[in-house]
Design a protein around this ligand. Sequence first.
Ligand SMILES: [Zn+2]
Length: 126
Amino acid sequence: MSEENRFGDEFDLYDLKVETIENPERKPFICNHPVGSFFEVKGENIYFPPGQPFPLYPIAALLPLLPAKQRQTHKNDWMTTDMVIACPDPNCGGLFKITRTGKSSFRHKEVTAVSLKKRNEDKESI
Ligand SMILES: [Zn+2]
């Protein structure tokens, strides 16, 4: 067994950084997300720099994408290639770049109460 999966129930997720980037069309920002403001995602946790706010509505729009960006995707999948998401406020020029910054390993039994054995039994009954 490899060192990467020494416990047999490990899996990797990408660590993410979501950063406000410059709008190439110079459309002004309405929300409080200046260029360079960011947050990071590691596993189930979101980390904000101390004292740096980030507006609620862009976070709400970004949240559904983050678990998919954390996972390995096919090279032809748009989820692999597309990294820039627009602010949900139609009057705001805010753009957010999602970058995969690294990988973290997690153990299945530490992140869920569903056993791998139970999952495999369900799969066999289909
Ligand atoms: Zn905005």
